[in-house]
Design a binder for this molecule. Structure first.
Ligand SMILES: [Zn+2]
Length: 320
């Protein structure tokens, strides 16, 4: 029913999952570039379809709304919210004999802008394990947000712009909503504002914010910009900015230096180490395949009594 050939394939449905090279039929769990390509036909949630078309400048899409099963040959495909960003989905594939849940990128904790994750039972679990090392346990969210707000207010009171680097899809909108909720003036880089339009189209309120321009970029406010704009010619000419990174990698002291920022805050849109185990608890799988993370997490799962493998060769050996 399932095999691995440069990407996870649901054999009898002839659907590739999060393939980064063109496929006749490709399921896209969410519209981050490391999970998609311009497929002949993209299968995804309606919101991911809008984001995919925005990022690929068009393309054919077959929508699979959350919790509405779609029959593909003798395989039933159902999507469930993954809690990672707008439209992010897990994929449940069932053929009457076996069931497989592919998590894609997911998060179980609170999110201001993504639907909470739902994890149905499946016999085979293919999970993203980005933070599969025990030191990646996120501190209490409210504490982190209080600190974030405090640092920003000190910056703005000193008449300096606060520049927050955040991925244009997902993190940028999450941070916008978190900061507008706390009464802070927020301005979005045009590349982020274009994605935010899709959030609005899908009914997600980000609070009041403005477009970042060369005229207003040095007024005391929070500017949210994509990480790559740091070195690009399209960068805004900020005067003495205080720079922030918002990423789960902030658990590592070195993140601040590696990312060239003044402060790094652990605000993540991925499951942390503990949440990975909670996900396994909820799904109750017979076997687990791990992807997008450290192979040592496979050992952690085995120590906890699970049958676990890295996704790839072992996958093929196991199933055929
Ligand atoms: Zn992602």
């Amino acid at each position: 029913m399932f095999h691995y050939d440069r990407a996870l394939k649901i054999t009898r449905a002839d659907v590739a999952v999060d393939a980064t090279h063109r496929q006749p039929r490709g399921f896209i769990s969410h519209a981050h570039s490391d999970h998609m390509a311009r497929h002949e036909l993209a299968l995804c949630t309606p919101a991911t379809g809008l984001l995919y078309r925005l990022r690929m400048r068009g393309g054919a899409v077959m929508e699979i709304p959350y919790r509405r099963p779609l029959e593909f040959g003798d395989v039933r495909l159902t999507t469930y919210p993954a809690g990672h960003c707008l439209g992010s989905a897990m994929l449940l594939a069932e053929d009457g004999e076996q069931s497989l849940l592919y998590t894609g990128d997911f998060k179980l904790g609170a999110s201001a802008t993504a639907e909470p994750a739902e994890l149905p039972h499946a016999e085979i679990l293919v999970m993203e394990t980005t933070y599969g090392v025990s030191r990646y346990r996120m501190p209490p969210r409210e504490e982190v947000l209080d600190k974030f707000e405090r640092l920003i207010r000190i910056t703005l009171d000193a008449g300096r712009p606060a520049v927050v680097f955040a991925y244009a899809l997902g993190k940028a909108q999450e941070v916008t909503r978190l900061l507008t909720d706390r009464g802070l003036a927020v301005r979005q880089h045009p590349a982020i504002a274009a994605v935010s339009q899709v959030y609005h189209q899908c009914g997600v309120d980000l609070g009041p914010y403005e477009l970042l321009t060369h005229e207003n970029c040095n007024q005391p406010a929070v500017a949210i910009v994509p990480p790559r704009s740091r070195n690009s010619g399209a960068a805004f000419d900020f005067d003495a900015p205080v720079k922030f990174a918002v990423t789960g990698w902030s658990i590592d002291e070195s993140t601040r230096y590696r990312q060239g920022v003044d402060y790094a805050l652990p605000i993540s849109d991925h499951a942390d180490f503990d949440e990975l185990f909670v996900a396994v608890e909820r799904v109750q799988p017979r076997v687990i395949y791990c992807t997008h993370g450290p192979e040592s997490f496979v050992d952690r799962l085995r120590e906890a009594g699970h049958e676990a493998f890295p996704l790839g060769k072992a996958w093929q050996k196991r199933l055929f």
